[in-house]
Design a protein around this ligand. Structure first.
Ligand code: PRP
Length: 174
């Protein structure tokens, strides 16, 4: 049985979302950006961020193949649902919950980059650089976190714990 222990409290997360929103507002004020999130994990951060951003944006979600069950991942990524709007010439900002090995983002940045956006940047709430397999440029980071399995704030273990408002680590319990 895994028991969640709070690593980053919801109030710290809320404060960080506001800070990131201030930075993004300055950078994207007049650019009418496309915000693209990878389902499912990014939906919580996306919904918090756009309400703090308070500038006109368009929102899309992309569906990638699941990593599979448990804590480890297959490493194979497939696009299950593409972005249904032209990307060429648009300012694209990818919104992620976490960058771990970097495989998802590497795939996504490549897919979007080939569609010739005016600009392509990445904003992630959590970054776990110790696990990186592929180096990717991250433009906006909320928290850099240690190498522990984290859940909550959109992140799951086998579809459980996404709803937790804090970022938590799972601790083994008898
Ligand atoms: C998680 C997370 C990121 C990705 C990061 O998604 O939401 O998209 O893993 O891992 P990486 O940097 O090692 O590629 P997951 O595939 O578990 O699907 P989910 O968002 O539906 O939970």
């Amino acid at each position: 049985m895994d028991k969640p222990r709070v690593l980053i409290h919801r109030e710290e997360i809320e404060k960080k979302v506001a800070e990131l929103a201030d930075e993004l507002r300055r950078d994207y004020q007049d650019k009418h950006p496309l915000l693209i999130g990878a389902l499912k994990g990014s939906f919580v951060f996306m919904s918090d961020l756009i309400r703090k951003l308070n500038i006109p944006v368009e929102i899309y979600f992309i569906m990638l193949s699941s990593y599979g069950a448990g804590r480890e991942t297959s490493g194979k990524i497939k696009l299950l649902q593409r972005v249904k709007t032209p990307i060429r010439g648009r300012h694209v900002l990818v919104i992620e919950d976490i960058v771990d090995r970097g495989l998802t983002l590497s795939f996504l940045l490549d897919y979007l980059g080939r569609r010739k956006p005016s600009s392509l940047k990445l904003c992630t709430m959590f970054d776990k650089p110790s696990r990186r397999v592929v180096e990717i440029p991250i433009d906006y980071v909320g928290f850099t976190i240690p190498d522990a399995f984290v859940v909550g704030y959109g992140l799951d273990l086998d579809e459980k714990f996404r709803y937790l408002p804090d970022l938590c680590v799972l601790e083994e319990q008898e």
